[in-house]
Design a protein around this ligand. Structure first.
Ligand code: SF4
Length: 751
């Protein structure tokens, strides 16, 4: 029996249940899994966010547990170029030899690690620790860089902290006006759409900003349909209107913020007619939006990938944060600004150290105090910790090059489909000396790997996830993985032992001992037992005695979480007071939660912001064109996104029967006027070409898209891979690629 499962005794039947959460998106809907005579079914479970609801993906999630294509043994690429079954010992031997050979020839940074926003907190933590301590490489990043990093950076610079929603989702129930920017929850998070319909039934106003008339936009009272890449101008124009109409909350701005004057000067130049000329959004709609936000008793602004995935994504999100601050929304009960996180553990995944510039607890890896604190827990000297690495795309784009990594280990990601300019990234991956992928299905990236390790699925492992509200949740195992399948934590523990067995970092600190060593203080104080230069006495570090705990096997998620709590203690994302028992007792725990006996924090910013002055920071931002604008050769914009029945790169959802039937193939959406001009009929195959590559998929003709813009979903590989076309231009701050806009041409593929 696993940690989370509960046996149910029915005469003549074997049955057990686990109250857990969906494996897919950041809403992390509560669900009950029940196994009877080997069959697993998904049942509704009342949880504060989804209130018993699930989308089609959640209902069908268990279908993959016994899927015929499931990987059940390691695979090694043989001399004939084919992947063939192997033992774990053979697979590990190949990996360890590859790591050693690569590092001996090219140095520690020649081995890289690539993680994912779907990994549990424990895995994200263990992965960062494995990279920094066992491999001693600075080359680690993760696919969350592609999803949430722009809102994270904007939140950090405005509020001093990055938690997607700084309030519980249920607070939307008090909003009278909700502005959704580049978010389509009706398709991406259907149970959340209930909050939108309830808002409208209460007489509230829903306003959606999106270049497409999505399912969410169709629910709205007002839909602003800007040209892709012009959201920032829309936000500045809304602030301009608020200024000229006297709607700025001057008392709030004076008492709780700083830096407004510079923002006011920029907004003054964004008169609505100018924004209309650029974005196509009518002045009347801009005015109605500003009025609805400013005159509502409670108003909320939420942004998502549509605002973020641009080479100016941080500035675009910042522009909406500026608007929210000017209207006095953040920290006011029932109002606020938030980001809708996408991936299942997009929030926790960016807090605990799999990001290139970060240590656990959302600490910066270039902060000496943070390095000393974490190094003491890991049992190494702070100087031994590598410095910041490079962002996900930059890491992938360096693979196999003379100065880049030559060995890569991928956990929970499929960059062959999900990276921008994907054909180039696929070539880079093929150029590696060794590519290792852990997954439970043969993703497109696993299919080109040298070693594939079969790992457990969500219903076979314990751990924690942190949802879009910053609520830490329990993932509870229903059953054990198949016999020759291992958890990611087991794999990391095994590989750590193999490459770093003699080092103290091999094992994790137990939960005994003080969680808050003095080093946790932001003043840079040294941990107890550390020398003046931060060095740890090797013996003390080896057994963890300076923390009063013994070291244990890192394959146990409870053990890893116990160490994660210590490592995060005193950091911005402080989990020190979060225990699994507390999560079980209270439908989750909101971070920061520094003390086991103290409160958690469902609502941030009610008294102060997490900046040194306690005030939120305005930041002046100006519109700038997309990295690639249309021209005679590439006269149309392409934007990308998701569909209801698929998730991320589709490795999982494309293999679920009901989801495959609902969304069987890629497509290209185009407006009827454009279709008529091209002489294209519905369903005819199109070729969409950019400067980077081409995509082929059937036409889907719809008036819900602008005539100057195409849309294609990103869930498919092969010839239907939209990321063959997308732009790898990066935001200068977040390093997020510009998935949401590039210049293309389209033509019918003649048979
Ligand atoms: S995919 Fe998201 S919205 Fe759908 S059931 Fe899972 S967590 Fe809920």
């Amino acid at each position: 029996m696993t940690d989370g499962a509960r046996a149910a005794t029915t005469p003549g039947r074997t049955s057990r249940e686990a109250a857990t959460h969906c494996p897919y998106c950041a809403l992390q809907c509560g669900m009950l899994l029940r196994e009877r005579d080997g069959q697993v079914e998904v049942l509704p479970r009342d949880f504060p966010t989804n209130r018993g609801g699930l989308c089609q993906k959640g209902w069908t999630a268990a279908e993959l547990l016994d899927h015929p294509e499931r990987l059940t043994t390691p695979l090694l690429r043989g001399p004939d170029g084919r992947l063939a079954p192997a033992t774990w010992a053979e697979a590990y031997a190949r990996i360890v030899a590859g790591i050693r050979d690569t590092q001996a020839a090219h140095g520690p940074d020649a081995v890289a690690v690539f993680g994912g926003g779907g990994l549990t907190n424990e895995k994200a933590y263990a992965l960062g620790r494995f990279a920094r301590v066992a491999l001693r490489t600075r080359m680690i990043d993760y696919n969350g860089r592609f999803c949430m990093s722009s809102a994270a950076a904007a939140g950090m610079r405005a509020f001093g902290i990055d938690r997607g929603l700084p309030f519980p989702l249920a607070d939307l129930g008090h909003a009278d006006t909700l502005l959704l920017v580049g978010a389509n929850p009706a398709e991406t998070m259907p149970p959340l759409a209930r909050y939108l319909t309830e808002l409208r039934e209460r007489g509230g106003q829903l306003i959606v900003v999106d270049p497409r008339a999505t399912a969410t936009a169709r629910l709205a009272d007002l839909h602003l349909q800007p040209l892709p890449g012009t959201d920032l101008a829309v936000a500045n124009a809304l602030l301009h209107i608020a200024l000229t109409e006297g709607w700025v909350d001057r008392e709030y701005v004076a008492a709780r913020t700083e830096g407004f004057d510079a923002v006011r000067r920029i907004a003054a130049g964004w008169w609505p007619a100018r924004a209309e000329r650029l974005s196509g959004v009518p002045v009347a709609d801009l005015e109605a939006t500003a009025r609805a936000l400013a005159t509502a008793r409670n108003a909320v602004i939420l942004t998502a990938r549509g605002a973020e995935q641009h080479a100016k994504g941080v500035d675009t999100v910042t522009a909406f944060v500026n608007l929210a601050l000017a209207l006095g929304l953040p920290g006011r009960p029932g109002s606020g600004y938030g980001c809708l996180t996408g991936q299942g553990n997009g929030q926790g995944g960016r807090e605990h150290g799999q990001k290139a510039d970060q240590l656990p607890g959302y600490r910066r890896i270039d902060d000496p105090a943070a390095r000393a604190h974490v190094a003491a827990i890991w049992g190494v000297h702070p100087d031994e910790l590598p410095g910041p690495g490079v962002s996900a795309y930059e890491l992938l784009d360096a693979l196999g090059t003379p100065t880049g990594p030559r060995t890569l280990l991928v956990f929970g990601s499929n960059p062959v489909v999900s990276a921008p300019r994907a054909a180039r990234i696929e070539r880079r991956l093929r150029d590696l000396d060794l590519l290792v992928v852990t997954d439970f299905l043969l993703s497109e990236t696993a299919a080109i790997a040298d070693v594939v390790l079969p790992t457990a699925q969500w219903a076979e492992e314990d751990g924690t996830m942190t949802n879009l509200e910053g609520r830490v949740l329990r993932r509870r195992a229903l059953r054990e993985p198949p016999p020759d399948v291992r958890t990611d934590l087991r794999v990391l523990a095994d590989l750590t032992a193999a490459v770093d067995a003699g080092a103290p970092s091999y094992r994790f600190l137990s939960s005994k001992g003080p969680l808050h060593p003095p080093s946790a203080a932001a003043d840079g104080a040294q941990p107890p037992g550390a020398a003046a230069d931060g060095a740890q006495p090797p013996d003390a570090a080896a057994d963890g005695t300076e923390h009063g705990g013994a070291r244990q096997d890192g394959a146990d998620a409870r053990v890893v979480f116990a160490e994660l709590r210590r490592a995060s203690a005193g950091g911005p994302a402080d989990y020190a007071g979060v225990t699994w028992e507390r999560i079980d007792a209270a439908d989750g725990v909101f971070w920061p939660c520094p003390d086991e006996d103290g409160p958690d924090t469902p609502r941030l910013f009610t008294e102060r912001f997490a900046t040194p002055t306690g005030r939120a920071r305005f930041h002046p931002v100006e519109h700038r064109p997309a990295a690639e604008e249309v021209c005679a050769e590439y006269p149309l914009y392409l934007t990308t996104g998701r569909v209801l029945a698929q998730y991320q790169s589709g490795t999982q959802t494309r293999r679920v029967g009901a989801l495959r039937r609902a969304a069987p193939e890629p497509f290209v959406e185009l407006h009827p006027d454009l279709a008529a001009r091209l002489g294209v009929g519905d369903g005819e195959e199109l070729r969409v070409t950019s400067r980077r590559g081409e995509l082929r998929a059937p036409a889907r003709i719809t008036a819900t898209i602008r005539p100057d813009t195409l849309f294609a979903p990103f869930h498919w590989g092969g010839t239907g891979r939209v990321n063959s076309v997308t732009n790898d231009a990066l935001d200068p701050v977040s390093r997020m690629p510009e998935f949401k806009v590039c210049a293309v041409r389209v033509e019918r593929v003649t048979p």
